[in-house]
Design a protein. Structure first.
Length: 144
């Protein structure tokens, strides 16, 4: 039968030359979303911080500026949510997991209360996001 479409296999359909012909010229692929190493290692290299100081340095940089002055006066139980947030961020290997960590921090029941919500004696989720983006090369680091 003249003009009838010819059948092709799935493998032929996905052949690189066929796909290139269908899609036309394309831009370069974006960089991978995974760095392969934990964020803590990348942070330490970026800011030239010894690994044993990672949590203290990230906490200091991510706190609201006024909270830095009162941090040592707070009892340990009021700092637990911040410490677990910093630990979770340190384990990150993919940028897309940052949003999940931030959401968990914001929903953490230990973040309830006057000193955490109204006085903001805690980590700023926005500052943390900016720090992660700066370390992974997307935006300049925030002041601090």
């Amino acid at each position: 039968m003249k003009g009838a479409p010819t059948e092709i296999t799935y493998a032929e359909c996905l052949a690189p030359e066929r796909v290139a012909g269908l899609l036309g010229p394309m831009q370069a692929a974006p960089p991978p979303a995974s760095t392969g190493e934990p964020f803590a290692e990348t942070f330490c290299r970026h800011f030239n911080v010894p690994p044993d100081r990672f949590e203290k340095e990230l906490l200091r940089k991510a706190l609201y500026p006024h909270a830095r002055y009162f941090r040592r006066l707070l009892p340990d139980y009021m700092r637990a949510a911040d410490r677990s947030f910093v630990a979770g961020i340190g384990r990150l290997r993919r940028r897309r997991d940052l949003a999940l960590e931030v959401a968990e921090f914001q929903r953490d029941p230990r973040n309830q209360g006057f000193s955490r919500n109204r006085l903001r004696l805690r980590i700023s989720a926005r500052r943390m996001q900016h720090l992660v983006e700066a370390v992974w090369g997307e935006t300049p680091p925030p002041g601090g």
